[in-house]
Write a protein that binds this ligand. Structure first.
Ligand SMILES: [Zn+2]
Length: 362
């Protein structure tokens, strides 16, 4: 942390650079009529700490303030590094009521479930929608219905999929994030055999277009990687300018047939390939659900839970609903001595603006 500037003793502006977060932040204090107010901020996300003290000792007290605020700033930063972003993936493209009667499939059901999960502690919601027959869909109207039903009631970070199923034209895959302006959208960084059923196609030209459009619309890509090659794809796309410079955010998805298996050894290896400044999370499907969640927590990653990836809490035990997954993850985060990131803290970690506020005109 580096102090860059101090104007004078009565009005002070201090600028700091946090190397780990790669962000500038500042403290400001004013002394006026015996009151002291201090403001802390990262980019547009201001955390206001207002302190009111009667200035009895005047000059001698004010000279200590910068040190006091440097210490507070330090504490605040370490708090953020101890925060775990918790994503709820309520629906995905595949599970239906036959697999778990609680999986939400219609827009009102999905929105209601997201709100309940937000209430239980989820920081981010990853949204998929289904058509009227509950098949995988990229219907813009259905995405809009969900997002419009969530935003007025919750500050949760919105993450829209760009690949709800296979075979959709490029523009259909991109329209939801282009028009609805979520903070995050998924960026599946390669093509693979999907389970035993089909090809999950993400053509190199599509990825170039997708990365360009995400930069244009100020949407943070959640780079979903199903095997190590996809990490190298992301690095290559960034090198060529198709992904924004700066820290990338990865979601390591493990245990899909066709991709890497969900084992802790594989997770350690995949993690070792990520850029040092990347933020990342991981999720294990099927038998890897718990080992990957526990290892991710231990390794400092972020978590994703929900019926997109697992319909069972453990072998043979169906989840009651998505909230049950969220509650268990919250408990594990606390057991690990960490805290769940609030939606605004998740925005700070990801370096994104609050798009819900902007959409609601706040
Ligand atoms: Zn998804």
């Amino acid at each position: 942390m580096k102090k860059a500037r101090c104007i004078n003793k009565e009005k002070s502006v201090n600028l700091f650079y946090n190397r780990k977060m790669r962000k500038w932040y500042f403290t400001v204090y004013f002394l006026s009529n015996g009151l002291v107010a201090a403001f802390y901020g990262w980019h547009d996300n201001f955390i206001y700490i207002i302190e009111r003290r009667i200035m009895k000792t005047g000059q001698s007290y004010s000279s200590k303030l910068p040190i006091y605020y440097i210490i507070l700033g330090g504490i605040h930063m370490s708090d953020l590094s101890n925060k775990v972003m918790l994503t709820i993936a309520t629906t995905g493209a595949y599970p239906i009521k036959k697999h778990n009667p609680s999986v939400p499939l219609d827009p009102p059901e999905i929105a209601e479930d997201i709100l309940a999960c937000a209430e239980a502690g989820a920081s981010i919601c990853h949204i998929h929608v289904r058509d009227d027959e509950h098949k995988a869909s990229m219907s813009f109207d259905k995405f809009k219905e969900v997002v419009d039903a969530v935003r007025p009631h919750s500050n949760i970070v919105i993450n829209l999929t760009t690949s709800g199923g296979t075979g959709w034209p490029d523009d259909v895959r991109m329209k939801p994030f282009q028009v609805l302006h979520p903070e995050v959208a998924s960026f599946d960084c390669g093509t693979m055999n999907w389970q035993r059923t089909g090809i999950f196609e993400n053509h190199p030209k599509f990825l170039e277009k997708l990365g360009t459009e995400m930069q244009k619309h100020d949407v943070k890509p959640e780079i979903e990687v199903f095997d190590p090659g996809m990490i190298y794809n992301a690095l290559d796309l960034q090198k060529r300018g198709f992904l924004k410079p700066g820290p990338l955010h990865f979601q390591i998805v493990m245990g899909v047939k066709g991709g890497i298996d969900a084992t802790v050894d594989n997770l350690v290896w995949m993690h070792s390939l990520l850029p040092k400044d990347a933020t990342w999370g991981a999720v294990g499907i099927g038998h890897g659900q718990m080992p990957i969640m526990l290892a991710t927590l231990a390794m400092g990653g972020h978590l994703r839970v929900g019926m997109e990836d697992n319909v069972m809490m453990k072998k043979g035990v169906l989840a009651k609903n998505n909230v049950e997954f969220v509650k268990r993850a919250v408990d594990l985060i606390h057991l690990a001595g960490k805290e769940v990131a609030t939606p605004d803290e998740a925005r700070e970690i990801l370096g994104v603006e609050n798009k819900t506020k902007i959409a609601l005109g706040k």
